[in-house]
Design a protein around this ligand. Structure first.
Ligand code: SF4
Ligand SMILES: [Zn+2]
Length: 342
């Protein structure tokens, strides 16, 4: 029999090394986003790197990005990726750069590569967004970055402001304190701050997840220009995936996302959500019949094109309410419907 395993070991245990070409970007596409008050085309580029150092050591329980990384990526490889992707720029005024890790980790993205990326994108776009863990950003790096781009936004995956949720569910060790410090640094040098918060990390009931997201949104408001709620989607080879395969995890209902957005409308930061795989079993979903309509409404809300969700309804809203009530009664964060059906 296997002895008791710590959360950190279980998360790592799900990882599988894969062989990817270090000279090919993971992916690139164009999506809508807000630039100031205007809806524009945003160019998303996911560079392939050696990946997030935290994912290598252990990693967050919902994060499958680590499965897209290459073993080693040299500065020359990154340049090849950059050159190839630049030819695909079609005038988008905004670029969002992801690396499946931390843009300001010198071991993952060396200074010279960072400079080349920022210079190329700064020449082409008005605004560039990059992502990093809060404790990995230094003043000197930010000042250097701002030498190449007009408007820089730094995105941080804070996930929750509840230390217990971070430690026992997300498996992330850096909370609001580190986030506030990093945000102050960004703002001090003239960069804006985007904060990612999760909706429904592992082991939380639907109701706990809604309350955690709403509370985290309010706590992070003062340290964010934009707050983006990420409903957890089930990425393969993660702890969340392991729970999902056993019927012990259901991604959040889209109704929960709607409630979180409704209850954080009072924030100063711009509040939004772009659920990944919305309407699919592994993404935030409702009954199937209303998913498209509700997901579209969430998208419109996020782009500032709608103010509330009062016009939306479906018979499954009652099921969602019952679901939220049943979990605490049954003392489980598993899917009550799946439990009963089995
Ligand atoms: S969520 Fe971010 S910090 Fe966590 S393992 Fe994934 S890339 Fe690293
Ligand atoms: Zn429905």
């Amino acid at each position: 029999m296997r002895g008791p395993m710590r959360l950190q070991a279980i998360v790592k245990d799900e990882r599988r090394p894969r062989d990817f070409d270090p000279r090919e970007v993971v992916s690139t596409w164009t999506e809508k986003d807000l630039l100031g008050a205007k809806v524009v085309d945003a160019w998303v580029i996911i560079f392939r790197t050696r990946g997030c150092y935290w994912a290598r050591a252990s990693g967050c329980s919902m994060c499958g990005y680590v499965n897209d990384v290459a073993k080693e990526v040299s500065p020359e490889d990154l340049l090849v990726q950059l050159e190839a992707v630049l030819s695909r720029h079609t005038g988008q005024p905004m670029a969002k750069v992801y690396t499946s890790g931390n843009f300001f980790d010198d071991h993952e993205v060396p200074r010279e590569s960072r400079e080349a990326i920022l210079e190329a994108l700064g020449d082409r776009c008005e605004k560039v967004v990059v992502e990093t863990l809060s404790h990995m950003v230094r003043r000197e790096q930010l000042e250097h970055a701002l030498g190449f781009v007009d408007r820089l936004e730094v995105a941080f995956g804070l996930e929750s402001t509840n230390e217990r949720v971070l430690r026992h569910s997300v498996n992330k060790m850096w909370g609001l304190e580190e986030h506030a410090k990093a945000a102050a640094l960004c703002r001090d040098v003239g960069a804006s701050v985007k904060t990612y918060l999760l909706i429904k990390p592992a082991f939380l009931t639907e109701r706990e997840a809604i309350e955690d997201a709403v509370r985290s949104g309010h706590a992070a408001d003062a340290h964010s220009d934009t707050i983006s709620f990420n409903p957890v989607n089930v990425q393969s080879r993660t702890l969340v995936d392991r729970l999902y395969r056993r019927g012990e995890y259901r991604p959040p209902w889209l109704w929960s996302v709607v409630e979180v957005l409704e209850r954080t409308r009072d924030l100063t930061a711009h509040v939004k959500s772009h659920p990944t795989a919305a309407g699919k079993p592994r993404g935030a979903h409702n009954c199937g019949a209303c998913d498209r309509k509700v997901a579209d409404a969430i998208e419109e809300f996020s782009l500032g094109l709608r103010k509330d969700f009062a016009d939306l309804d479906c018979a499954c809203k009652e099921v969602w309410r019952t679901y939220c009530e049943a979990q605490p009664f049954m003392l489980t964060s598993a899917d009550p419907v799946a439990l009963i059906a089995e």
